[in-house]
Design a protein around this ligand. Structure first.
Ligand code: GDP
Ligand code: MG
Length: 293
């Protein structure tokens, strides 16, 4: 009998959730970044190995919502908790205290699914710190999502808690999301990597056209920012920065698509899009249902 189910990876921003998703799926699906809040909506990765299929949801970090985009990110995280068969609660033990998931997520009642406490970034821990943690959290799994240490033990602990079920998706599928979605993420990621603080949070990418049948694959993408000053930063002097972003994004998309890509990349200003429900919807960020109008 096979096992299958939804594995939701939850935790604070920067805990290593996206790094773990990529490692479990064996493909670079979710962008990872030392800058917090890079994952904005859920990323779905599928891992099928031996007799177990895990549909892994990487969620935005749980955070105090400050504007509509934050509320959308938090709603995505909470929905993913509600759908889970197993919750992998990731804590960055090198930088954060181990607090109960309910407290971190602001939940009134504990989630329905079993919660696995996973202490990530164990590669940064000294022996003494590790011993002290082991006493406090005897059932926890130690992990380095970065090096892969502890992954087999984590997989076994997840599999033990998954229900018996036929596979939910074909064995060769790595995600339920389309290339178009990953292309958008690749552009946003390249921009994030080329920029310093401030601008990245005001950045959204929209894929206006994606012609998979043409050779090379043709993609027209727009990077939206909130102000003219941000647009100037993004373009850089003589257009150097936007060119570098384009080259980096194209290479990553070519890896995903498996063939040559022509990426036509532009920058536009859309004032205050993060507070604008219509703009959020256009960029694929859905608001909690009581805020949709
Ligand atoms: P997320 O916000 O929870 O999705 O976190 P990311 O996966 O984007 O990771 C945040 C940062 O922590 C990145 O710079 C990762 O390279 C780093 N990171 C993730 N896992 C580990 C780990 O096990 N050890 C160390 N040293 N760094 C890690
Ligand atoms: Mg992430």
């Amino acid at each position: 009998m096979t096992k299958a189910g939804i594995v939701t990876v939850a935790g604070k921003p920067n805990a290593g959730k996206s790094t773990l998703l990529n490692r479990l799926v064996g493909q670079y699906l979710a962008m990872t970044s030392p800058k917090a809040q890079s994952t904005r909506d859920r990323i779905v990765g599928i891992r099928t190995a031996d007799d177990v299929q895990m549909v892994i949801l990487d969620t935005p970090g749980l955070l105090e919502p400050r504007h509509a985009l934050h509320r959308s990110m938090r709603a995505a995280a909470l929905n993913a908790l509600g759908e889970a068969d197993v919750i992998v609660y990731l804590v960055d033990v090198a930088h954060d205290m181990v607090a109960p998931l309910e407290a971190v997520a602001g939940l009134d009642t504990p989630p329905r699914a079993p919660v696995l406490l996973v202490l990530n970034k164990a590669d940064l821990l000294g022996k003494g710190a590790r011993r002290a943690l082991a006493e406090l959290h005897p059932g926890a799994v130690y992990l380095s999502a970065l090096t892969g240490d502890g992954v087999p033990a984590l997989l076994a602990a997840i599999a033990e808690r998954l229900p018996e079920s036929p596979f939910l998706y074909p064995e060769e599928d790595l995600s339920t999301q389309h290339l178009r979605f990953f292309a958008r993420e690749a552009v946003r990621e390249a921009a994030l990597e080329q920029l310093d603080e401030e601008v990245p949070h005001a950045l959204a990418c929209e894929i206006e056209e994606f012609r998979e049948a043409s050779t090379p694959v043709y993609i027209r993408a727009v990077l939206h920012v909130e102000r003219d000053s941000q647009k100037r930063i993004l373009i850089g002097s003589g257009g150097q920065r936007i060119k570098a972003i384009g080259v980096q994004a194209r290479k990553r998309i070519e890896g995903l698509v498996g063939s040559a890509v022509y990426l036509d990349l532009r920058v536009k200003v859309l004032p205050n899009w993060r507070r604008n429900p219509a703009a959020l919807a256009r960029f694929g960020y859905s608001l909690p249902s009581d805020e949709k109008k």
